[in-house]
Design a binder for this molecule. Sequence first.
Ligand SMILES: Cc1cc2nc3c(=O)[nH]c(=O)nc-3n(C[C@H](O)[C@H](O)[C@H](O)COP(=O)(O)OP(=O)(O)OC[C@H]3O[C@@H](n4cnc5c(N)ncnc54)[C@H](O)[C@@H]3O)c2cc1C
Length: 455
Amino acid sequence: MTAGATPAPGAELGDERKGDGPDIAVVGGGWSGIAAAWRLHCAGASVTLYDEQEELGGRSAGVPVGPRTLTAGGKNIGRKYANFRAFTDALGCGDFEFFGINSARSEGGKLRTIDSTRRFSSIFHLLRKLPARDVYRMLRLVRAIRSRRENSFCGGPDMVRIARKAGDPPLSEYFGRGIQEKLVRSLTVRMNGAEADEVHLECFGTHLGMVLDTFEQLSAGFDELFAGLAKQITVRSGTRVTGLTVDGGRVTGVVARERGGESVRTGHDAVVVALPGPAAAALLEPLSARLAAELGGISYFPAAVILAEYDRPVFGEQVRAVVQPADSPLSNAGAYGINDRHIIRYTFSGRAYRAAHREDDELLDLAEKQLAQHVDLDGINRVRAVTKRWEHAYVGYSRYHSSTIARIDQELKPFEALALTGDYLRGASIEACFRAAYERTDALLARLGTRSGGR
Ligand SMILES: Cc1cc2nc3c(=O)[nH]c(=O)nc-3n(C[C@H](O)[C@H](O)[C@H](O)COP(=O)(O)OP(=O)(O)OC[C@H]3O[C@@H](n4cnc5c(N)ncnc54)[C@H](O)[C@@H]3O)c2cc1C
């Protein structure tokens, strides 16, 4: 049986098996798929990574901005991103530069900065004058995150316990208005492109874990990393997987449409689907409507990023980003890097962005006007700007998210040669994508009877 599109008659790909391990297809070449492919490769599998785009990276793929390739999506790497960093080291690309969390918001006309180098004084200032109940609740969660790293990821046991006891409310119900405005919303908008009423307590550890980390970025960007990986595994870019082939309940390969529209069918011992929830739901619908419904029920929020380059630095070293108020489609304007303060990333997300329906040039115009209220832009000229939009930019999880994941796993049980991974499992951060992918591929290899950890 073939689930999904029917291949063109006679279109078969050659046997690309290279090693003695199983031959495994990974669908999706964002961080989730890259991490899965790397883990499987390290365990001795022959890996083919399929991505419909020409470049690897998904939401972190490079965007040409003049002579440089920049990242519009995820690029900041925490010092606690252990799996991601081990991966960069293994490929000889582990050269990082400091970025930090540095963000200012306007308070009574003055800019108040949260900076990761002064984390505790920044947080103390934020929590001052807030109701004791909110301060207690926030500090209790922070303690859970600090005492157990696992709580920084979706499914963290203390976060699940605390959330369950409270009925896993949206953050807008769990916290009072003051702390929402001062702290919670800037985290949900930044990590989910969502408002505080659109994110539930159970996965809030992913946000707090980020605040308690220190951020850097790869000095040379991600392209060397993608190129290094592509030397080790087979990458089929420009190839959209349109269906999975299944024989007697066993997933046996993929059906894909290549550049030029030709449909091909490739046999594999197992398939890892490493796509965002909605894309995974569409691919898996013919296998299990219930599985697709669970995946489709996970919320995602849209966003746009404009990368604008100017002829001189826009920000100074002390204030490198300004968070915008909830009624603006612009959520954040920040320097691209500590050494790239002449390139601004304008991020548009949250409810006001979704309601705005503006063209790219209107968004840029609005962003520059808003930034000019905080930063002197006189005499600074824009050289170029590039816009990137995503319909499913950020995962926002679901209520009782660990139960959603348990139901997904239940639906997956009949398909032992199929694994899912993605940002919806352990969290939106790049490290959470690695963690989920490693867990899921290790379990797949165990089911296939192959030892992981290999090469
Ligand atoms: C603006 C923004 C800023 C962010 N900043 C950070 C940050 O600083 N630090 C951080 O840790 N995280 C950050 N994130 C989060 C992080 O970037 C994402 O969670 C992560 O990149 C998701 O990776 P993924 O592989 O799960 O999904 P994706 O990156 O979406 O990858 C999915 C891939 O699958 C491909 N695909 C889809 N359908 C098919 C198909 N049918 N066949 C073949 N291929 C297909 C797509 O082309 C894509 O390449 C940010 C996200 C955004 C949007």
